[in-house]
Design a protein around this ligand. Structure first.
Ligand code: ZN
Length: 498
């Protein structure tokens, strides 16, 4: 047993490592299996069923998405009616380790996803050295980041280009993610030596990228794919190397994942077209014949190009364009050509879910829908009815699993930063033709190249010395980590609010 002043915690994050896949392949992951046997293994819920990218802010704030408001790297900025990359001056989020470092507990974090270092005097925070969604490293210790670049170079995984991949591009992703695990482990070990910490968090992002592009099609979690399993094996060995350097008598070790991965079942490629049709048909007197455009018009120039240029060319352009240019393209693709005075709702960028923003009067600069009005309620009802009418022409099956009314499901002071409605999809492959008795027939190709899509459940393996103060804290959801960690390091039995 240790006392609260010497207790240490090491958290090793495996971004998007899938709980069912890990459990089905523990026989091939000896270090993880050994740690789970020595300690405990728990499955964790998350808000990932509706907003997969919201899991990291939910983890580090210990709060629901309606409270922190950060659900995707690019979000709608109502004041300018444009997409904007999320920054910490727009949506500042306090982390649980901000509270710990303010109490004098030293903290080191490395590559926590979608995290902006806030820089207390007791913390070393480095983000985006090798990230899934952001390409510019951030830190409150530029000297250490510089030293990392000098000693270890840059992460071999380049930024993500969600476009159709060839086999050789998939193998290049495998090689880069595998090499990245090795270098990241070396940096983590170096930071453990070089910095003063009682809480150390390092996150491997590689099985996030690998999961999206190497997930075997037409499979469940028990299907073995050697390329994907190789990445998990490399991670398993890296976990072992890190744990071997830790004194388990005075340290709690937590291996964790905030959400998972499974076969891709998105219908996101239909979203702009569906919303166009929903808007065209809304307000038309019933019985009027509605004619829908079959292709995006050239008015939507970026969308037209994205849907018309060959994937190989788009891959090349995106690979070499800086983040600001890629953001501009996404922004133009999404909003270019929309006439706000005739747009009650629109689709937002997504990694898979269907995100819908309503054009609300008083919130959006050019808002036209009054919350609670007859027209607002009728529009929401029309959107819901339209989505529920969608069927895959191949099988006749409905494609929509659920529609979340976000202010009801995720209330909070920043709910206005989130989509208003979120559509989730049934577990069937991406369709090429959807039919609907109200929206007609729509064709679209899924071109993001991703064979894997997120699943909501995460997990934690907890071993080493776990103080009694923490064992009293239930860990069943990803937002419970903050209370668990704060209790373990401060000896407090309840959440420490500073
Ligand atoms: Zn992802």
């Amino acid at each position: 047993m240790t006392n609260a002043d010497t207790q240490q915690i090491v958290m090793i994050g495996l971004d998007s490592a899938d709980v069912d896949y890990v459990q089905a392949h523990l026989h091939a992951l000896p270090r993880l299996r050994q740690l789970a046997d020595q300690g405990s293994f728990c499955r964790l819920s998350s808000p990932g069923s509706a907003m997969s990218a919201a899991v990291w802010p939910t983890f580090y704030t210990g709060r629901d998405p309606g409270e922190h408001g950060f659900y995707f790297p690019m979000q709608f900025h109502a004041e300018s009616m444009r997409l904007r990359r999320v920054t910490d001056d727009w949506l500042p989020c306090k982390t649980f380790w901000n509270r710990l470092s303010a109490q004098g507990i030293p903290v080191t974090t490395f590559d926590v996803q979608t995290h902006f270092p806030s820089g207390g005097s007791n913390s070393v925070e480095i983000s985006n050295w090798g990230a899934q969604s952001y390409s510019k490293p951030l830190t409150n210790r530029p000297d250490l980041l510089e030293a990392i670049h000098q000693r270890f170079g840059k992460h071999p995984m380049r930024h993500d280009v969600p476009q159709t991949k060839t086999d050789s591009q998939r193998m290049a992703i495998k090689d880069a993610t595998s090499a990245g695990v090795g270098v990241k482990k070396d940096i983590a070990l170096w930071l453990m030596q070089e910095t003063d910490w009682r809480l150390f968090i390092t996150v491997f992002t590689e099985c996030h990228r690998a999961g999206h592009y190497l997930w075997p099609t037409n499979s469940d979690a028990s299907t073995t794919n050697e390329d994907l399993l190789d990445i998990y094996r490399t991670l398993d060995s890296a976990i072992g190397d890190i744990v071997d350097r830790i004194d388990l008598q005075k340290t709690t070790v937590i291996i964790f994942s905030l959400h998972g991965m499974g076969p891709n079942s998105t219908q996101m490629h239909f979203m702009p077209q569906i919303m166009d049709r929903i808007n065209v048909a809304f307000d038309k007197p019933s019985g009027d014949r509605v004619t829908f455009e079959q292709k995006p018009s050239r008015r939507h120039l970026m969308r037209f190009l994205r849907e018309s240029l060959p994937p190989s060319l788009q891959n090349k352009i995106a690979e070499y364009a800086p983040e600001s240019v890629r953001d501009w393209v996404v922004s133009r693709q999404f909003g270019g050509g929309l006439n706000w005075s005739q747009t009650p709702g629109f689709a937002l960028p997504t990694g898979g879910e269907g995100f819908i923003r309503l054009n609300v009067k008083g919130r959006e600069r050019n808002g036209i829908l009054e919350v609670g009005s007859e027209r607002y309620l009728r529009y929401k009802d029309w959107v819901t009815r339209s989505f529920l009418s969608l069927r895959d022409r191949r099988t006749g099956e409905p494609v929509v699993e659920d529609i979340y009314d976000v202010p009801v499901c995720y209330p909070g002071e920043r709910v206005d930063r989130l989509p208003d409605l979120i559509v989730t999809w049934r577990d069937i492959p991406p369709a090429t033709t959807l039919v609907s008795d109200v929206l007609g027939t729509m064709n679209a190709e899924f071109q993001a190249g991703r064979t894997g899509l997120h699943r909501p459940d995460g997990f934690a393996v907890i071993c080493g010395n776990v103080p009694e103060s923490a064992t009293n804290c239930p860990l069943s959801d990803i937002k419970d980590f903050s209370t668990f960690i704060e209790s373990a390091l401060t000896g407090a039995r309840e959440r420490v609010l500073v």
